[in-house]
Every structure is written in structure tokens, then in C-alpha cells.
Design a binder for this molecule. Structure first.
Ligand SMILES: [Fe+2]
Length: 264
């Protein structure tokens, strides 16, 4: 599979980790010697009876959320690419998270620590991928015209909104050709807007919540734009749903006020 079309979520485990899991009989996690592709992006949804698990933290019953807009309705982002991204990349992350949670629900004192470590590593990857993809799709489907409280908040943080947009576009371009996320976040413990890059699904600003999320994995744009990431970034901004960003800002401010009030 070419680099541009490979689903990064397929890379669940290194071959060494996969073989180690096989040795402890975790055949449900690794079926065969495929190693990196041991759990594929089309893994079945968990069986209904798994919903009866007493564990809410490791229920393995996370659901794929439908696109909040018609897949063919975006301006300059094709239905084929959006559908593939949603169903294969995001959907694959959710399905893989479910299987990892099922495995973690079964660890015990006999489970080798390296196996637990590998499972925890993959759990964080897929959980963050799920969260960030859901934020990404939910902040698309708009007309791209920025307005409301986010406008003044960005201006207060960066001097001008144009300067901030330059910041996040350059942040995104820094990830072009690779993988990661360009994010405008709200830092809960300070109440400050922060723009940052997550080199992969596990690199996020620790106390921030995402306000605007831009997927910079190649699967986000390669199908429509090839390597021309800048054109994808233009298309992304033309489709931002700033009403959703404003809703997130309002919730984040309330949460931050509550958090910092509790600290005082
Ligand atoms: Fe993605």
C-alpha cells in the first residue's frame, strides 16, 4: 500500500509487540502473523452483548458518529475523499479503539507489562484520533466566515485575526507531507488561546480543549490535492463552521472559569 493511501490507524503494534501478544495467547487481538496490520480498519463493531460490560472506561462500545453534514456538500473537498476519511480513517480508529478496550478489560496480574504498555499506547492513539476526528468533522460544513466571540478572542490573543490565521496556516504547512494536527486550543488552566501542532494523535497541549481542529494527515487531502497541502488548507478554511467553534469557546470559557475558581 502506498504511503499516501495507507491508513495510519492500521499500525497498531510493532511486529515485536504483536509477536509478544501472540505468546500470551491474545489471539483475539492479533489474528495471525500480519503484525502491523493485525487489527484492520474494517474490524467488526463489537457484539451487542459487549454493552453489558460493567466497565464504563473499557466498554469497547464506542460508536462512529455520522458526518454532521452531507458528504458532498463541502466547497472544494470531494464527497469521495470526505467519505473515505470518515469511514476508513476515523471509523477505523473507533473500531480499533473498541478492540483495544476489550483487550485491556481482560488484562490481569499474569499479563506481561510490555503487553500492557503496548495496549495503553495504542489506546491513547486511537482515543485521541477518535476525539480529534470528531472535532475536525464537526468544525466543517460551514461557510468559512469567521464571526462572533472567537473573532475578538483571537484578536486579543494574537493582535489581529489575520496574524493568527497566518500562524495556524504556517503550523499546518509545517506538518505537510507528514502527519499530525494543527489546532487552536483553549488552555483551561490559563484561559488563553493556544495554536499548536500535534505530530501525531498523542501530542496535544495537556490542559487544552480543541476549538478548531485541522487534520493534516495526508489522507485528509491527498486524494483531492496530491501533495498540494496549501490548496487543502485554503479549502479547509472555506468550509469552517465558525458557529461550532464559537460554541466550543463558550463551553471552554465556562469550564475554565469553574476550574480556576475551584483552585482559588
Ligand atoms: Fe484523519
Amino acid at each position: 500500500m502506498s504511503r499516501s493511501t495507507r491508513n495510519p490507524f492500521d499500525s497498531l503494534l510493532t511486529r515485536r509487540e504483536a509477536l509478544a501478544i501472540l505468546t500470551v495467547g491474545s489471539a483475539a487481538l492479533v489474528a495471525g502473523s500480519a503484525g502491523l496490520d493485525a487489527i484492520d480498519s474494517n474490524a467488526a463493531e463489537p457484539s451487542a452483548d459487549h454493552d453489558t460490560s460493567p466497565s464504563t472506561a473499557l466498554g469497547g462500545n464506542n460508536a462512529v458518529i455520522p458526518l454532521p453534514f452531507a458528504a458532498g456538500s463541502l466547497n472544494g473537498l470531494s464527497e469521495r475523499m470526505i467519505t473515505s476519511h470518515h469511514d476508513n480513517n476515523y471509523g477505523g480508529a473507533v473500531r480499533n479503539l473498541n478492540r483495544i478496550e476489550q483487550e485491556l478489560s481482560r488484562i490481569n496480574a499474569d499479563t506481561p507489562p510490555p503487553i500492557v504498555a503496548a495496549l495503553r499506547d495504542r489506546e491513547l492513539t486511537f482515543r485521541n484520533s477518535k476525539t480529534l476526528h470528531e472535532a475536525y468533522f464537526a468544525n466543517l460544513g460551514g461557510n468559512g466566515r469567521r464571526s462572533g466571540a472567537i473573532e475578538s478572542a483571537i484578536a486579543a490573543a494574537y493582535g489581529t485575526t489575520a496574524r493568527w490565521e497566518e500562524q495556524i496556516r504556517l503550523t499546518a504547512m509545517g506538518l505537510a507531507g507528514g502527519s499530525g494536527w494543527a489546532i487552536l486550543g483553549f488552555e483551561l488552566d490559563t484561559g488563553v488561546l493556544r495554536t499548536f501542532a500535534g505530530g501525531n494523535h498523542t501530542q496535544v497541549l495537556a490542559t487544552s480543549v480543541p476549538l478548531l481542529v485541522m487534520d493534516m494527515y495526508e489522507h485528509s487531502y491527498q486524494m483531492d490535492f496530491g501533495a498540494a497541502a496549501a490548496k487543502y488548507i485554503d479549502a479547509f478554511f472555506a468550509n469552517v463552521n465558525w458557529d461550532e467553534v464559537n460554541r466550543r469557546l463558550e463551553r471552554a470559557r465556562r469550564a475554565s472559569d469553574a476550574l480556576r475558581g475551584a483552585k482559588a
